[in-house]
Design a protein around this ligand. Structure first.
Ligand SMILES: [Zn+2]
Length: 257
């Protein structure tokens, strides 16, 4: 026996839920946009430490909105950076600040580094890393550790370029100018060299469209470089309202759509 009235009833019961769901999505989206504009860099984990121990190499990492991080991953990020720094800047102690974003960069960063996976910001002396993009951009055949070495070696090169006095204030040029930019080319070469010195089975050979691949020198300068850096590492975790809204948003999306 059919109950035509039951179907009508069902529809009228579901309608308010549907409208409320749409309202929820719209409001969360606008909250996200608003929060994106407010966010600034988190305070370093080692604020007071920085003043006291100038003679030690220190790496200060803040994970923003990214809870699932292993200490091995931290090592994989820091090691290639310190190798590049030591190779070009000597073994003087250095204090590096890295901010790793687990839910994308805030708007204050994306204005300048729209498509960046990672970047060095000379004005702040800070490295930033987009964790999702790091994983998404990894070529299939390479282990993530080698890819991270490539990215972080690249960014450490930009630090060295800034410290040697090159003007890095304008950031990377866009489009085809990016491919021919001497700072970028040097950074790709250096990132490749350090990533290919770590004993992974395949060699990264970076290639811009229409060009031949970068060649890693043999012997690789990083093979024989004595490397004894044991930095102090300070790690802090920081959840932003934006990150919370985004993870809620992702949860709503994945469980309802
Ligand atoms: Zn670069």
């Amino acid at each position: 026996m059919k109950h035509p009235s039951l179907r009508r009833l069902k529809r009228s019961v579901l309608l308010p839920y549907g409208l409320a769901f749409i309202a929820l999505i719209v409001s969360m989206w606008s909250i996200q946009i608003a929060l994106l504009r407010l966010e600034s860099f988190p305070a370093p984990a080692s604020k007071t430490y920085l003043l006291k121990k100038e003679d030690r190499t220190l790496v200060d990492i803040t994970f923003v909105d990214s809870p699932k991080i292993s200490l091995d991953f931290v090592d994989d990020m820091i090691n290639p950076m310190l190798r590049v720094m030591q190779n070009h800047m000597g073994s003087a102690p250095y204090h590096a600040r890295i901010v790793v974003y687990g839910q994308g960069f805030p708007a204050s960063i994306t204005n300048q580094h729209a498509s960046a996976i990672a970047a060095y910001i000379p004005a702040e002396d800070i490295f930033i890393v987009d964790l999702n993009k790091t994983y998404q951009s990894k070529p299939k055949d390479f282990p993530i550790r080698q890819w991270i070495a490539f990215l972080m070696g690249h960014e450490a090169t930009h630090l060295w370029q800034a410290k040697r006095g090159d003007d890095m204030s304008k950031g990377s040029p866009k489009g085809l100018l990016y491919n021919s930019d001497k700072h970028e080319r040097e950074a790709f070469q250096e990132g490749q060299n350090v990533a290919n010195s770590l004993g992974f089975p395949q060699q990264i050979a970076w290639k811009f469209k229409g060009e031949s691949a970068f060649v890693t020198p043999s012997p690789n300068p990083y093979w024989f470089m004595p490397f004894d850096k044991k930095p102090d590492i300070h790690i802090s975790y920081n959840w932003t309202l934006r990150g919370k809204a985004l993870s809620l948003w992702n949860w709503v999306r994945s469980s309802h759509i």
